[in-house]
Design a protein around this ligand. Structure first.
Ligand code: GTP
Ligand code: SPV
Ligand code: MN
Length: 607
């Protein structure tokens, strides 16, 4: 198959060459250039419904929306199959899988050979961040999955507009993102509902700024603008160019006094970013607006303030736990329709359901595997990593700046994780370097967002463990270096939060969700110098009454609050060897400063 360049909707030379090259290798039946239009989206949806891959939801429940069930073995990111193929192994570091790039390319080239037989090759031009940004960041995904093409239209600025912008003032650079589900169809062979391959590769070539993905159709493995580009490749660009590409939500917060603050928050996968980004504050007078729920690119402005831009265009949110009481704004967003639901359960009247959507479970459902389900089934109706894909623009809480390429000035950065013990509700670090230490030692229980065991505590620096595109020691050094990269740097204050502390009987101690606004109010109070805190060995923690509990005093009485805020010396002493083990693993490239910070923490705990 060769590309008819006279028919291709672009003159971009490198792009045309790459498309031809990939087509010659993968041998699709046809090539289709996505324009990103509504007609195109509707047509692809109709084709997938006809093929038995998608189900169109009831228009009266969810307008213009589709349901997909993946292969049960293709439900999450595959960290053990994710590779950073830098020229030198040491540059991938001790936390990433590495293979020699030439060897990896040879292996994958053989897998890609003829892998699109019987399929359409979609060419999906996209832009991460606003297209009219000063220096727009382009990518092109080639994929043999229409599900990917539809999802990319929601998650990125996709189609004709970015393609045209890519040749404005000469051919612009783009990140080539090659994706195949790895399931060629030979003549006469019937397709399956969710094609994928048991052999999976999610591969990044940081020096080439290129992504090669094979064998999975799901989420972060297949929507390559997201984690692969905007975090793994962009983190390398950011190191080289002096900025930060982070796994962070961006929230605009207006206080009762009318003052505006912007907060960026890094929590590991399935640890509360989307929920905080769409928070409905329970504290009267506070207003929260959503600017991003997963990824933040932060650069210094001329005056030395860090400004954050969300490169995405949609939410790929965890469905379970999302309901009217926990996240009403996400429910409003998806109820408008125009959404894709993957691996959730279906109701008998053509709508979707998942655990936590309603207090009462429906009497009958079709579970994510397509089987009849009742509350007596004893299984989860939706997969724990089932997701909604929905346009940002539909969020009732959307902040006006979401589409502003200049971004917003960040006043505070939150690091957090899911810890049943040890870590208090909120801690203020003493300065940037201390914030980097806390971020670098952050730990969290693993979740269903990646394959593997769930609930295992692991170190997850800045919530970036699976997403750092280079050596993690160098990454921490880059964070430490940031204040020296601008002559007049004003760094945000750094806080450490944990919504997930549990009582001895396993119940969450803190109500979380909308009530996290109370913690945000304390954080703003600290920025303003008005909120009370006590100095502890790990940083400044609110005094018992420093967080406003008006209206939740019964649920969170003094004893509970004390428990939520407790810095237990013995618990923290048990962390020390774990941090030491983690630092040892990071090896030589871990900045020495971190070791002295650890000594200091040890001394403070002994004092
Ligand atoms: P990714 O999209 O995978 O990166 O996850 P995320 O960080 O956006 O997490 P999300 O906001 O989707 O939350 C994940 C799960 O944690 C959901 O089941 C939520 O209901 C739950 N959750 C979020 N915030 C809170 C909270 O404050 N308290 C408690 N107990 N659970 C929460
Ligand atoms: C995450 O795992 O952090 C996600 C989902 O947001 S995925 O896009 O699959 O990475
Ligand atoms: Mn999320």
């Amino acid at each position: 198959m060769s590309v008819d360049t006279t028919q291709a909707p672009t003159t971009h030379k490198a792009l045309l060459e790459w498309v031809s090259e990939v087509a010659a290798l993968t041998e699709p039946d046809s090539i289709y250039w996505c324009d990103g239009s509504q007609e195109e989206y509707d047509r692809l949806g109709a084709e997938l419904v006809a093929a038995g891959t998608a189900i169109r939801l009831n228009e009266d429940k969810k307008k213009n929306s589709y349901y997909f069930a993946s292969d049960p073995d293709d439900v999450a990111r595959v960290e053990d199959r994710t590779f950073i193929c830098s020229q030198n192994e040491a540059d991938a570091g001790p936390t990433n899988n590495w293979r020699d790039p030439a060897e990896m390319k040879a292996t994958l080239t053989e897998l890609y050979r003829g892998c699109m037989h019987g399929r359409t090759m979609y060419v999906i031009p996209f832009c991460m961040g606003p297209i009219d940004a000063e220096d727009p960041t382009f990518g092109v995904e080639i994929s043999d999955s229409a599900y990917v093409a539809m999802s990319m239209r929601i998650m990125t600025r996709m189609g004709k507009a970015p393609l045209e912008a890519m040749t404005k003032g000469g051919d612009r650079a783009f990140v080539p993102c090659l994706h195949s589900v790895g399931y060629p169809l030979e003549p006469g062979q019937a397709d399956v509902a969710w094609p994928c391959n048991t052999e999976k590769y999610i591969v990044h070539f940081p020096e080439d700024r290129a992504i090669w993905s094979y064998g999975s159709g799901y989420g972060g493995n297949a929507l390559l603008g997201k984690k692969c580009y905007s975090l793994r490749i962009a983190s390398v660009m950011a190191r080289d160019e002096g900025w930060l590409a982070e796994h962070m939500l961006i929230l605009k917060l207006t206080s009762p006094a009318g003052k505006v603050y912007h907060i960026a928050g890094a929590f590991p996968s399935a640890c509360g970013k989307t929920n905080l980004a769409m928070i409905e504050p329970t504290l009267p007078g506070w207003k929260a607006e959503t600017l991003g729920d997963d990824i933040a690119w932060m650069r210094f402005d001329e005056e030395g303030y860090l400004r954050a831009v969300n490169p995405e265009n949609g939410f790929f949110g965890v469905a379970p736990g999302t309901g009217e009481s926990s996240n009403p704004n996400a429910m409003k967003t998806i109820n408008i329709g125009n959404s894709i639901f993957t691996n959730v359960a279906r109701t008998l009247d053509g709508d979707v359901w998942w655990e936590g959507m309603t207090d009462e479970k429906p009497a009958e459902l079709i579970d994510w595997k397509g089987n009849p389900w009742t509350p007596a089934s004893g299984t989860k109706a939706a997969h724990p990593n089932s997701r909604f894909t929905t346009p940002m623009e539909q969020a009732p809480t959307l902040g006006a700046e979401w589409n502003d390429g200049k971004g917003v000035r960040i006043d505070a950065i939150l690091f957090g994780g899911r810890r049943a013990t040890t870590v208090p509700l909120v801690t203020e670090t003493s300065d940037w370097a201390h914030g980097v230490f806390m971020g670098a030692t952050c730990s969290s229980e693993t979740t269903a967002a990646a394959t593997g065991a769930v609930g295992v505590v692991r170190r997850d620096p800045m919530a970036m463990l699976p997403f750092i595109g280079y050596n993690a020691g160098d990454y921490i050094q880059h964070w430490l270096d940031m204040p020296s990269l601008h002559e007049n740097a004003h760094m945000p204050k750094v806080f450490y939060v944990n919504w997930f502390r549990k009582s001895a009987d396993g119940k969450f101690l803190w109500p979380g969700f909308g009530d996290n606004s109370r913690v945000l109010a304390w954080i703003v109070g600290r920025l303003e110098g008005t909120a009370d805190a006590a100095r502890t060995p790990i940083g400044y923690v609110p005094t018992l009454d420093a967080i406003d509990r008006t209206g939740i005093e019964d649920e969170v009485d003094d004893a509970t609050m004390a428990e939520v805020l407790k810095v237990d010396t013995e618990e923290w002493q048990r962390e020390l060897p774990l941090i030491k083990e983690w630092f040892t693993k990071l090896g030589e490239r871990l900045p020495q400063q971190l070791w002295s910070d650890l000594d200091q923490l040890k001394a403070a705990l002994e004092a």
